[in-house]
Design a protein around this ligand. Sequence first.
Ligand code: PRP
Length: 181
Amino acid sequence: MTPHPDIVYVLFTEAEIAKAVCDMGKRLRNYYADKNPVVVCTLKGAVTFFADLVRAMDCPVQFDFLQASSYHDGTTSGGCVQIKKDLETDIAGRHVILVEDIIDTGNTIACVKQVLLARNPASVRTVCLVDKPDRRTADIQSDDTCFCIPDAFIVGYGLDYAQRYRNLPYIGVLKESVYAK
Ligand code: PRP
């Protein structure tokens, strides 16, 4: 398939993503088989990853959804993101899997994890599709990761630029001319 004209090159193909997500699903299934975890999708970027990951888990799970404000346009005085859409589940005593599409500075996942831990869950594990450790400023690491990459502007498979490209089935590097306008 010819990549979208705004893509410099495909970093991870559909097949590579499917394999990595399936492998993570199996790892999670082994740990959570008898725990009925609450799997939390962080909107919007993690939707595609979440949908494939939960289908690869093959054990009882419960879905819930959470949306944090982008720290670019909505931070509290403490520098933390705000919760724009909260969970419907009471997670006290529950095992929680927090599903993120990308960890960049780590600010979003660190803030969201802090919010969830304050609700006394049995555990919180963070998993992400793409980790960019070179850009980390918050003191947090993903507990499980599909792909670890150096800094690059990537889109597709849920990841956007200005709300575009989320539905590309692969992850590609975006042409600088698109975002440097
Ligand atoms: C993106 C992504 C993560 C966050 C990562 O969210 O989905 O939540 O940025 O960045 P960080 O590690 O530097 O905090 P965004 O605010 O763009 O919203 P989206 O999920 O709707 O794309």
